[in-house]
Design a protein around this ligand. Sequence first.
Ligand SMILES: Cc1cc2nc3c(=O)[nH]c(=O)nc-3n(C[C@H](O)[C@H](O)[C@H](O)COP(=O)(O)OP(=O)(O)OC[C@H]3O[C@@H](n4cnc5c(N)ncnc54)[C@H](O)[C@@H]3O)c2cc1C
Length: 568
Amino acid sequence: MKRDLKALQQEMFDVVIIGGGITGACLCHDAALRGMRVALVEKGDFGGFTSSASSKLIHGGIRYLPTGQFWKVRESSEERAVFHNIAPHLTRMLPFVVPTFSGGLMKGRAALMAGLLLYEAIGWGLNERIRDPSKKVPNSRFVGKHELTSRFPLLGRLEGLSGAYVLYESHMMSSERMTLAFLKTACRNGAVAANYVRAVDFLRANGKAVVGVVAEDVPTGQRFEIHGRIVANAAGPHIPFINDLLPELRLKKRPSGYSKGVHLVTRQILPDHALTLTTRKKIEGVITRGGRHVFIIPWRHRSLIGTTDVPFSGNLDDVRVTEADILDFIDDLNACLPGLDLCAQDIHYAWAGLYPLMVREIKPDTYQGTGEYQIVDHEKQDGIQGIVTVFGAKYTTARRVAEKAAERISAKIGKLKRFRTSRSVPLAGGDMGDVNQTRRHVQRLYGDRLEPEIIDHLFFLYGTEMHDVIRYGAKNPMLLERLCDGLPTIGAEVVYAADQEMALTLSDIVFRRTDWVTAGHPGKEALERAADLAKRCLGWDEARMKAEMVRVEKAFEVIRSIRKEELR
Ligand SMILES: Cc1cc2nc3c(=O)[nH]c(=O)nc-3n(C[C@H](O)[C@H](O)[C@H](O)COP(=O)(O)OP(=O)(O)OC[C@H]3O[C@@H](n4cnc5c(N)ncnc54)[C@H](O)[C@@H]3O)c2cc1C
């Protein structure tokens, strides 16, 4: 996967996609499988905006049950099965503990049991579609209070606790690498994708039809044209602002605003189960259940906790976590789980993303997403040929939405011949039989050179592409060593990212290609080691290397700041 700006300029593409989040990446993949010539531009790094800020769940759609959107439950459950087949290495089934309480109707055992029976009935038959037996979704089960609290003593202080249901949801090992896997597969099928290229304007023929985009190479500021028969705007929260370049373009529903969702990476709370809680703050919703839901998910020997819901009206290019976000969230968590005693010192990293909302009034502490998406053919809707907008897909449903969009685009340009379907074609690294067998095989294969933890880490992030990563160690065995104690990331991953995965910055490498620092700062010396490797691969001078390190450090500024505050 090479960044080739000349290739973007040299031909007439069938479709030019704006945005390399999960929606754009899935569209790129599906369209390339249909035999279309596809270009994709991403103004930052692939998957670096909302798609890296999610809870990383490929959920079966249980959150759509209370609102009666049963078709969305089925759609999400179907997509979960697809992800398990096409990217088995990047998904893991995780047991979620959902406490039940005596007294309250909606949080009682009977209500939850009824909901789960319905949930499983809607997903009926989908396990048969999953090829690998270890990837099938187990049924939920009830655990009584005694067993629950002896296993998880922390839950013992929950007032009115009567037990819990344990249900299984799918969690991504790395949402960043999942997005990348779609793009890598698309590029192998002929697509041309480039990060750090911003679409700044539409190209028009005789002031009418859209025939491509004016693009800007972000590092140099150089502008060039990319020509295409259709432009697909898949720029996530930025979509309305890009479409505003042409006043005629309208969405079916324009977002009324945005809500910011923050995740925290904390000390480990539960090692191998996720926990669902409701906060104490009362919210209004279709069904009022107390507060909003939060998930505490095991993550890299730590816990990933999400999410907040805070109305956001700032600059979309400056979505950051504030001290107040973290401290308020800590208060919420301590209030809903007595004995948790989370403090600033327990926070290792935090990130934020935006939910676009279609509601009249944006309320704090309230999840107002509906999962609705729109594919707008602006020729039909607004009389402007050559542009389609794809807006509002969840991570879980992005492939499905992209498939529908690609179907419409191929019909518009007369390329109806389908070659292969994105429902079943394995993504880069995902072409394997039984996951457990493959895992045992690579453990045997590399057991003489690498520790089991490193082999597992490489297997679950890169799948069968782990062989390519390890090959870098043949010439230089030091690249097979850990970058820092305690974490299994090795030097070869840095080189692989720079050499083969279009990483242009140190942040691309340490946050998105390797996932190395997403569980917390690895220490200055280790970061310097990684930066030095990147410097040699990418031809940086000393000043550039320092600047890259400063950018990584900036992402930890708020964490440092809250920790100091507590010490003062
Ligand atoms: C806090 C939070 C938690 C979530 N958790 C989950 C979850 O667990 N499971 C789930 O299924 N969904 C979840 N979601 C929803 C999901 O993350 C998003 O719906 C999804 O990532 C949107 O993907 P996207 O590609 O449409 O947008 P984005 O990921 O935002 O991608 C759009 C891309 O377009 C680029 N772009 C913008 N302007 C331009 C331009 N002019 N030129 C070129 N590129 C441009 C941006 O840089 C960006 O990378 C969550 C969302 C949030 C906010």
